[in-house]
Ligand binder design. Structure first.
Ligand SMILES: [Zn+2]
Length: 303
């Protein structure tokens, strides 16, 4: 399959990837063996340059579900799922993690129930995408990826959006909803990469292959100039309690590789015990979002 301009990007990094595979020893599916934070730190240091200074979060919509859907066995009490994007700020620009969604995709998720959508915040997300140096996705679900597919600024945004080959394949062959389906022609507008386990994305940033919630899921490790470390786990869990208790989701409509997700929850749970300097960021955990903003771990507005 030819991904157009993506091909040259892959070629550029083929050498680095080959070197990484040697470093990693044998090539396993990412969760056939536990990932190694030491290796991830090494990969995040491969691209020279100043590391990021800070990270901001913005919530643009909510889903109102009960907690038992997010954490199997949890009480059926009300639980807000935040829909979020993140902005990783460097001295000379910023990277966006995830891209939000328009109101039509938001309505798909509500399944007939009116859920909160902050149109003004969604506009801020589009503005931030236009101003970003690059944009990377935790995974290919509509609430994360629609902002770079269904946008009036596609000409500006697509050429700096980095999708993985698996994300593109899913968006072409098996999109979560018809609205985000990519044609072969449309896919050529994005930068497409492929890697086995870890990928050096930018100074201080490593991508970690984490198929499970979706085939194209990846985690994003970020080490700031200050030394503080973050791990964006996307939708591996919908609430930090899923990681604390090592309990998966109980949401029949989500088709996951449950074994792979459980392997990820175990790995993340282990990190919470050994890595006191590592901030785990769960995309949809609204309680965690508020706590991190309040503690100054994440900025509460885009800049
Ligand atoms: Zn999601």
């Amino acid at each position: 399959m030819n991904y157009g301009m993506g091909g040259s990007f892959v070629t550029r990094y083929a050498g680095i990837c080959a070197a990484l595979l040697l470093l990693a020893g044998s090539v396993e599916t990412a969760w056939g063996q536990p990932a190694s934070l030491e290796q991830i730190r090494g990969v995040a240091g491969l691209i020279p340059g100043k590391r990021p200074l800070r990270i901001n979060v913005l919530k643009f919509a909510e889903s109102r579900r009960t907690k038992n859907f997010s954490v199997k066995g949890a009480p059926a009490e009300p639980s807000v799922q935040a829909r979020t994007v993140y902005q990783v700020v460097y001295p000379d620009g910023y990277v966006m993690i995830d891209s939000g969604m328009d109101q039509q995709v938001h309505k798909f998720f509500g399944r007939g129930i009116e859920e909160p959508y902050d149109a003004e915040a969604a506009q801020q997300v589009q503005k931030a995408l236009r101003g970003a140096r690059s944009i990377v996705m935790t995974h290919e679900h509509g609430d994360h990826v629609a902002g770079v597919i269904r946008t009036q600024y596609l000409d500006e945004i697509a050429p700096k959006t980095i999708l993985t080959k698996t994300q593109v394949e899913t968006l072409m062959a098996n999109p979560q909803m018809p609205e985000i389906k990519l044609t072969a022609e449309a896919a050529k507008r994005y930068v497409v990469i492929d890697y086995e386990k870890y990928f050096p994305f930018a100074p201080g940033i490593a991508l970690i292959k984490a198929a499970g919630h979706t085939p194209g899921s990846q985690m994003i490790y970020v080490a700031l100039e200050t030394g503080r470390e973050y791990l964006f786990v996307g939708d591996s869990a919908w609430h930090m309690d899923g990681i604390r208790l090592m309990k998966g989701k109980d949401a029949a409509w989500v088709k996951e590789d449950e074994d792979a997700v459980m392997g990820q929850l175990k790995w993340l749970n282990g990190l919470t015990k050994t890595e006191k300097n590592l901030i785990i960021v769960v995309s949809h955990d609204d309680e965690q979002r508020k706590e991190y903003i309040q503690k100054g771990i994440l900025g509460g507005a885009l800049e």
